[in-house]
Design a protein around this ligand. Structure first.
Ligand code: GH3
Ligand code: MG
Ligand code: MG
Length: 348
């Protein structure tokens, strides 16, 4: 088994380049500039073909394209590269020794890592039955050999563009329209994943629920647009203060939630208190006489714990409620397992 890699560059998550300001998948999707994203993106394309001639030809003829080519001379190597490098697209030969292209395609579509990578079949098999099977297995296109290079190029570009658009739509389905933070659906996914990671690896994990204080009266007094502006500014503040690995979401209305992986409740409390104090100190041109404050409940652990996502969130909500009851504009943090209070910071 051998593999030649002409220009190997590990691809970041498919959707990341849609939001150039993002540095990490966990980071919030704010400030996205979606113009020209599909044109400017550099893609990597994995070619799985047992013919060295095909690799040489593609390498020479696709040099002008904005892509990095990865090469595998057999199915197993191709599957391994697909898992490891998550290429933007795969060009797959069907007729190969050991593992044929149909089997490779089947395995690509079975793996959660490679499932969404578009596959164009590049094959000397011309029968309609082969084409039907390839499409049934999940290929997005089928090009017969010998292929016309111009046609291959345009089909390649078209498949990459379509894949970028699908990525973008999938991502937008997880973004809150008003604030640009992740939305509730994204939170639900990531919260469950964060908890299972904590259970498995025993690493610290904290979560914070934020609820703006007396927000209804901000709307009632200064109007809904002023309330919207507060939500937007607060979202930016959370994003600025949290780490790239934290996951900031709008939970709903004037409530926000921040997942803080690898963060003890003590550290989570410190971060949240900084956010609380900065918000309280902000000057609001639309209503200079009115400060905005937030109440925050933090619930976390420094080790692996057997707590369900629902229970953990309920405990966090109760902690937030205590902060409200305690007079608002404060952070209350607890250990999720013992329920012990970590620290309380009252407004000065
Ligand atoms: P508390 O301190 O107890 O949290 O009081 P509150 O007034 O903040 O809480 P309440 O739940 O009574 O009111 C929340 C308000 O948030 C009511 C709702 O109109 C407002 N709200 C929810 N979503 C939005 C939004 O997208 N924009 C604006 N401007 N207001 C919103
Ligand atoms: Mg509320
Ligand atoms: Mg509120």
């Amino acid at each position: 088994m051998c593999a030649a890699t002409w220009q190997r560059e590990s691809r970041s998550s498919p959707s990341l380049s849609i939001y150039p300001l993002q540095q990490d998948e966990n980071q919030t999707p704010m400030n996205q500039d979606q113009s020209n994203e599909t044109e400017d993106k550099r893609h990597s394309v994995l070619v799985i073909d047992d013919s060295e001639d095909v690799h040489r030809l593609l390498q020479a003829r696709l040099r002008q394209e904005n892509i990095d080519l990865l090469a595998a001379l057999d199915g197993r190597t191709g599957l391994a590269i697909a898992e490891q490098d998550s290429p933007s697209l795969i060009l797959l030969d069907l007729d190969m020794p050991d593992m044929d292209g149909f089997e490779v395609l089947r395995q690509l579509k079975e793996s959660s890592t490679s499932h969404d990578i578009p596959v164009i079949v590049l094959s000397g098999l011309h029968s309609p039955a082969d084409k039907v099977v390839a499409f049934d297995l999940g290929a997005v296109d089928y090009i017969t050999k010998p292929f016309d290079l111009m046609e291959l190029r345009v089909r390649l570009r078209s498949a990459l563009k379509m894949s970028d658009l699908i990525d973008m739509l999938a991502r937008l389905a997880h973004v809150d329209g008003l604030t640009g933070l992740w939305n509730r659906a994204h939170f639900d996914d990531r919260w469950a994943a964060s908890i299972s990671e904590n259970n498995r690896q025993g690493r610290p994990l904290s979560v914070a629920l934020f609820d703006l204080d007396h927000f209804k009266s901000v709307n009632d007094t200064y109007g809904h647009p002023a309330g919207d502006a507060v939500l937007q500014v607060f979202s930016k503040l959370i994003r600025r203060e949290c780490r790239a690995s934290d996951i900031a979401c709008r939970y709903g209305g004037e409530e926000f939630v921040l997942i803080m992986p690898d963060t003890t409740p003590e550290d989570g409390k410190l971060v949240c208190d900084r956010i609380r104090m900065e918000l309280g100190a902000l000057h609001w041109p639309a209503h200079p006489e009115r400060k905005i404050t937030v109440s925050i409940g933090v619930c976390g652990t420094e080790k692996g714990v057997a707590v369900t996502p629902q229970q953990w969130l309920e405990d966090t909500d109760k902690t937030l409620y205590r902060a409200k009851k305690g007079g608002r504009d404060q952070v209350i943090a607890i250990d999720v397992e013992s329920g012990n209070l970590i620290e309380v910071a009252k407004a000065a």
